[in-house]
Design a binder for this molecule. Sequence first.
Ligand code: KDG
Ligand code: MG
Length: 409
Amino acid sequence: MKIQSAETIVTSPGRNFVTLRITTEDGLTGLGDATLNGRELAVEAYLREHVAPLLLGRDAGRIEDTWQYLYRGAYWRRGPVTMAAIAAVDMALWDIKAKAAGMPLYQLLGGASRRGALAYGHASGRDVPELLDSIRAHLDLGYRAIRVQTGIPGLDSVYGVASSPAGGGERYDYEPAQRGALPAEETWDTRAYLRHVPGVFEAVRAEFGPELPLLHDGHHRMTPIQAARLGKALEPYDLFWLEDATPGEDQAALRLIRQHTTTPLAIGEVFNSVHDYTTLLSERLIDYVRSAVTHTGGVTAMKKLLDLAGVYGVKSGMHGPTDISPVGMAAALHLDLAIHNFGIQEYMRHSPRTLEVFETSYTFEEGLLHPSDTPGLGVTLNTEAAAAFPYSAAYLPVNRLTDGTVHDW
Ligand code: KDG
Ligand code: MG
């Protein structure tokens, strides 16, 4: 099973995606997701110029060896660009191996540990009535766990809040990356946020009762002591998790938050290596690992990371916004089904245009995702449809405090 070609495909059916397609001499193909939101072409060039030429002629079955060859062999380790490129190769090789075996990938990872993966959706509203409508709409779509994000009085736009959900919007989705030559700029006020959020959860619990799992994303904006205060204030509302309370690179910050609150903590969507987690896991400072298969070196690396997390009783909560392509989502779902320490899976649902390009077989029923029993990852790339949507520059917003200081977004 020698590798004959490794091509990168950039497509933009509403948002940009980078995909690696590996083909073997005996005609099997595998897909890998290499999408890094707002920096897509850096990974595409890394793959095209520095990785694809090294793959030609290699045995497609040697997944661990190829992973180590690309990771240790480059000398320059870790980082989002490198790890997204390695992830794409790794996913594509697992796709090929599972297709060669005639099995869905989860079977090669140990088989199913559950019926399906509990998914959470994104509800948001510029104010409380709009938020409650959005939660109802998500319950109608079948979600059984809901992330709650809300507008803040005095701020024009806030992370995670759709700009016109109830009006013209056909769905309640929020897409932060905006097309254009420059990033949009947003204004932020943490004190206003801290004053407002507990009341929002009070209203949501009053309307929907105590059972519905509720999640919230702080999106790296608080200091440790602010995050500790929010975690404490939210304790009466029994959150499933508080995500990214503080900037991701400061692992010690979680120690301080942990000392003050029993609200469960999740972090890691901007991490790209198991080494980003060693303190957090060994000191039991978090409850959920938020990494994406796409940004953490693929199925091989994610499985090792989640196995290590399991040793410390920490569960998975893999990143699954729409900037993870359906290929990356499928890879996550196979892991979700197979690992023991599964927690929850983020699932935003891709747009119909994206699903025209990436034909998926995974299912969502009664709040549970299942990767399907299609051999491999279960995703096909429609290259004709992909070619109809060329790359278009798009950036995540930049955040500033009310006095103009650049802040974490
Ligand atoms: O590319 C950035 C998004 O993926 C991120 O802002 C989404 O925070 C996010 C989440 O929890 O899905
Ligand atoms: Mg997040």
